[in-house]
Write a protein that binds this ligand. Sequence first.
Ligand code: FES
Length: 591
Amino acid sequence: MTNLPNGNGRTPGSRLRSQRWFGGDDINGFNHRAWLKPNGFSDEALRDRPVIGICNTWSELVGCNIHLRGLAEAVKRGVLQAGGLPLEFPVLSLSETLMKPNAMLYRNLAAMDVESMIKSHPLDAVVLLSSCDKTTPAVLMGAASANIPTILVTGGPQLAGHFRGAPVGSGTDFWHYSYEVRLGRMSIEEYREFEESLCRSVGHCMEMATAMSMAVCGEALGLTLPDGASIPAVDSRRSVLAERSGRRAVELAVEGTRPSDILTREAFENAIRVLMGVGGSTNAVVHLLAIAGRLGVDLSLADFAAASDIPVLANLKPSGDHLLDSFFYAGGVPALMAEMREVLHLDLPTVTGKSVGETISGRSSDDTDVIRRIDDPVFPWSGIAVLRGSLAPDGAVVKRSAASPALFRHRGPALAFETVEDLAEQLDDPDLDVTPDSVIVLKNGGPVGGPGMPEWGHIPVPGKLRAAGVEDMVRVSDARISGGSHGLMIVHVAPEAAVGGPIGAVETGDMIDVDVHAGRLELEVEAREIERRLDARPPHEPAYRRGWEALYLQHVLQADTGCDLDILRARDDEPPTDHPRGLLEGWVLGD
Ligand code: FES
């Protein structure tokens, strides 16, 4: 512990932000301290002592975050051990499965909650507790904007599911058995048995899906202690990590290391490369762009395209064979980063107080089937590819590590659907005019059209093709997919149909040309005809007229810039606001 203030009362000249609230003996200091006394705090507890916020996305409505109350207690232990004062507070939590119409519609709202709670309270540092898919990007976006010292603790993966003698995951296997039921090859009774077998413990999904991808990005960005992403939720080492994170938060408060010191452009380049190396979720592309936008870091889809030669080293579902407990036993993120150290920036700072290179020093894969050597990858190319072309002028993405390579080069006729309802109604129609060469196109699933950019991009293979043994085909949409999705699904097409993107002009029978490795996505229709069709489309009717959702629709940006609200991205002309102005301040004292 370096230069920890001794909590000895008056604090003239204290560097701690919290002392602007608690440090004086005027009416403001009285007011701020007195109304915390119901907590039972002594005067000494509040004087010149780092105050550490524990920003908790715990909620009984979010099963993946249900254990975060327990982790908060471990963080508090660490804060107290290091001489700080922990103050836990709740923020909006987002359940990927329960929240309707979709959790992504509320990610930015949660991020605003986090930012506002941190900025407006007497906190010197904050420990972020998150787990489910959208909760980690939301807390990171909010904390990036608040920009006080921050450390991330994620919930860790669930134990692997176990069904009929085999480990099962919440992405690949969930979709597989759901298809089996749809095709009448599995009974509802068996499906229920699978349901009972899948989520066996607390924690987030146990595949390299979105929650884990974001936890991995948090660690690769330098915002967690080593192994922060991969220790299983039920492993006692996760509580140890939480306790150490609490201790470290006190040190960060004194050192003054802020997110903007750590989240540099090079740190995002590391996160992108690690995301590619683990075969991570396409959703992480949107989230990383949004986090970078909060700090004014110039990041774009081109930076993801530039990492297209990073090989996939993690042999994890949905791209590979294993589940996340195996990833931890093989060495987790530090081992993976050590294996790919030649392509990482090693001299960057992290919340550990050490550089990236020092943090991963001495680590290597303990199981080279799960975390491969860089010269023996699972795939020789990155997990995610960026596509552009006349169908997606501002870009689209595809998780090629979880798709059939036979489809990487494909030209076929479009089978276009205006809405997800149309698609759902027709998909299993035995008379549907579809072949394995068809390219299914779903419109109106984007940030505005969805709204919220739901995971409708996971378009099932039509029933009659699936029954004939077709496992994969090309699907294109302006929506997103689940991080656990498997198949050649080109998503995040920008601009989306609802704001006039060319995907809105696609008609059934148009030819679409895809080249995944070359990054091309072309609609073979004359530009003038595309324009004519777009002009003839009725204007998009907003789905909401009031409330948060209406505000979201007025301000949301497209997928290629992260789907944040335009008013939440960093601005050069933003005046400094980190100042506790209150009702009483002008009355008695200036500052
Ligand atoms: Fe919460 Fe997968 S549903 S992490």
